[in-house]
Design a protein around this ligand. Structure first.
Ligand code: NAD
Ligand code: TYD
Length: 371
């Protein structure tokens, strides 16, 4: 049994599908998710009758429900995806970020430690496969999914972030994630809770809520709406295809060393302007002119808008540690990953229609209002 928090969001959903598709041991998954605007339970339609999957609608800050979940389901690992995750929202209203990302993680750590203290030292099973999935002090892991944004901003020439780069978060989102990473580290050092932290770069792929740059660009372009590029569009991000991230988390779950931190990047640095231009190019190839909202190439929709306050210039990841210690590599490059992603959004109209709800409209309206 694995306890996954925030499993109804973008990366969590992809991770759950990945785990269930590739798992041969019939291991069960229990999800705790508050089902905020970023969640989509429609993602789980196909899992309704899957006995390996249970969803509990709850806040990770709730001590009673989290404790009861541990007692009832006996997980052998916790993977903490639950978070408020969007930088712009954290600038406009930081409260939820402090509550969920800091206090929520604090509660999860406390409940995990109490549960960990009750586990037997060793699993009793003789079977090696059983052993790794039977909860015991030896097998238990708390994996905290964090971000490269905790390291702050690089200039164009600085070397990529390593695991020993200093923490210098700049946005309320990054600061709240940095605080949660520090709590996770402290629970390992002080109480010996077997924790691991992963700090990954910007993810992209199926099921991402269209407030983030890539799905926003795809959906706006297909609707003939402006594609907003903040400032001069020269900020650089490193893009990690979500399936590659899921594989990295599985490597960490299976082989990661407790107390360690692993950086995870996609080796795909690109400026925002270049990125949205490439997406427009892919859309030009996939959508015939006659079926376009406006009969022009998609890049005519790109509009430079007011910059994000405190906008970080560049993030970049040094992958050496996870390469050498866990033998993980990203399998997609930006070209293949972007093409898959654009096709997914074009082919999954039911999902994109369900997402174009009040929340998405609110987001577009408030955001445009700000500019
Ligand atoms: P997301 O916003 O798509 O999903 C977050 C999920 O957490 C949602 O299902 C939401 O309902 C749930 N949630 C929010 N508050 C909760 C609470 N108090 N209790 C329980 N559930 C709650 O986020 P994502 O993009 O899937 O990111 C997952 C994790 O990965 C986050 O911790 C994020 O900081 C980290 N991360 C994301 C990226 C990225 O590019 N998306 C990059 C680096 C790190
Ligand atoms: P985003 O997807 O919000 O991720 P993050 O802020 O966590 O990196 O943004 C990625 C980059 O794209 C970031 O530099 C901000 C920029 N951006 C735009 O230029 N326009 C947009 O509409 C959005 C949402 C982001």
């Amino acid at each position: 049994m694995i306890l996954i928090t925030g499993g109804a969001g973008f990366i969590g959903s992809n991770f759950i599908f990945h785990l269930l598709e590739n798992d041969t041991s019939n291991e069960k998954i229990i999800v705790i998710d508050k089902l905020t605007y970023a969640a989509n339970i429609g993602n789980f339609d196909e899992l309704k009758n899957d006995e390996r999957f249970t969803l509990i609608k709850s806040d990770i800050i709730d001590p009673m429900i989290v404790k009861r979940t541990f007692d009832e389901f006996n997980p052998r690992a916790v993977i903490n995806f639950a978070a408020e995750s969007h930088v712009d929202r954290s600038i406009n209203s930081p409260n939820e970020f402090i509550k969920t990302n800091i206090n929520g993680t604090f509660n999860l750590l406390k409940c995990s430690l109490a549960y960990f203290g009750r586990l037997p030292d060793e699993a009793s099973s003789q079977n090696q496969d059983d052993f790794s999935i039977t909860p015991s002090k030896r097998s238990f892991k708390f994996i905290h999914i964090s971000t490269d944004e905790v390291y702050g901003s690089l200039n164009y020439k600085e070397p990529p972030f390593t695991e020993s780069s200093p923490y210098k978060p700049n946005s309320p989102y990054a600061a709240s994630k940095a605080a949660s990473d520090h709590l996770v580290r402290a629970w390992f050092r002080t109480y010996n809770l077997p924790t691991i932290i992963s700090n990954c770069s910007n993810n992209y792929g199926p099921y991402q809520f269209p407030e983030k740059l890539i799905p926003l660009t795809i959906l706006n372009a297909t609707m003939g709406k402006d594609i907003p590029v903040y400032g001069d569009g020269k900020q650089v991000r490193d893009w990690l295809y979500v399936q590659d991230h899921c594989n990295a988390i599985i490597s960490i779950l299976n082989k990661g060393i407790v107390g360690e931190t692993y950086n995870i990047g996609g080796n795909a640095e690109i400026t925002n302007f270049e990125l949205v231009s490439r997406i427009c190019g892919i859309l030009d190839e996939l959508i015939p002119v006659e079926s376009r909202e406006i009969k022009k190439n998609h890049d005519h929709l790109i509009k430079f808008v007011k910059d994000r306050p405190g906008h970080d210039i560049r993030y970049a990841i040094n992958n050496q540690k996870i390469y050498s210690e866990l033998d993980w590599r990203p399998t997609e490059n930006l070209e293949t990953g972007l093409e898959k992603t654009v096709k997914w959004y074009l082919q999954n109209k039911k999902w994109t229609d369900s997402i174009k709800t009040k929340h998405y409209k609110d987001w577009i309206e408030t955001n445009y209002g700000r500019r």
